[in-house]
Ligand binder design. Structure first.
Ligand code: 9D3
Length: 254
């Protein structure tokens, strides 16, 4: 897979691209990433990439010409899928990441300032993507989010140990809690079952904890996912325990 990134801040990328996952993928030839400076495609002496908005109002708008020339020249006859990182885009999720990972060539366009001239969107953008409903200063961090999440979906990029974890996310539930040495931290012990060596019991405990975490922190995920009979039973256990532990139930018992 090839990914081209276009930005006015190319210097933000090298440290990120050198991280182990992306670095290894690039080394092994599974992934080719190139970062391009938008200013290289400007035509005026000052290499300007922005101008005042028609219609007035605050802030600056990125001009169309450098973007249109950059996309055309970087594409060079190929037809990359062109994504503009923008607050107006559809919110990124696991499904979109996997869909983008099937494309042989991507071009990620990082906006800054108040946004880019709409003619860029109209003429050289296939899709706008946002990473969430909060304000960032530009598309560079979102582009890194895309590069990393997409890379993890390319076969061979993530090692076997990691892919097990990955599967559990696709499973649609939150992960169970994790523990490592030492056994006691600030008075808190590692749950006994994890020291038991009883792998069936450990597996059941983890599935129950996954369900509990999802119920408490992300109930929206549970509503979108069908539960099998074992999971329904575990969920019923959790619900009755939660009831038994609640202050209301304790008060009612007395
Ligand atoms: C404070 C300016 N906002 C006025 C309503 C609009 C605005 C313009 C430009 C907000 C953010 C930005 C810059 N952000 C991005 O380019 C961006 C982004 C984001 O801010 N949040 C989540 N995903 C993305 S992808 C690109």
């Amino acid at each position: 897979m090839r990914i081209d990134v276009v930005t006015i801040f190319p210097e933000l990328f090298p440290a990120f691209l050198a991280t182990s996952l992306i670095g290894r993928a690039a080394q092994s030839g599974l992934l080719e990433i190139e970062v391009h400076d938008l200013r290289h495609y400007t035509k005026d002496r000052h290499r300007s990439v922005d101008d005042e908005p028609y219609g007035g109002g605050g802030g600056m708008v990125m001009t169309a010409q450098p973007w249109i020339d950059a996309v055309e020249q970087i594409s060079g006859g190929a037809t990359p899928w062109r994504v503009l990182l923008s607050p107006q885009g559809r919110r990124l999720d696991d499904r979109k990441v996997r869909e983008l990972a099937t494309r042989p060539q991507l071009m990620l366009l990082c906006g800054r300032y108040e946004g880019v001239d709409e003619r860029v969107v109209e003429h050289v953008v296939d899709e706008e993507i946002s990473v969430g409903d909060y304000v960032l200063s530009g598309g560079e961090l979102p582009a890194m989010v895309l590069v990393e999440s997409i890379s993890r979906q390319i076969p061979g990029v993530v090692g076997l140990a990691d892919s097990v974890v990955q599967d559990s996310f696709r499973d649609g539930l939150l992960d169970h809690p994790h523990y490592t040495r030492p056994r006691n931290v600030a008075g808190s012990e590692v749950p006994r079952v994890l020291l038991s060596g009883d792998h069936a019991a450990i597996d059941r405990w983890r599935r129950k904890q996954s369900l509990r975490a999802t119920l408490e922190k992300r109930p929206d995920l549970l509503h979108r996912r069908p539960l099998d009979l074992g999971e329904e039973a575990l969920l019923e256990e959790i619900r009755s325990e939660a009831g038994a532990e609640s202050e209301v139930m304790k008060a009612e018992e007395t």
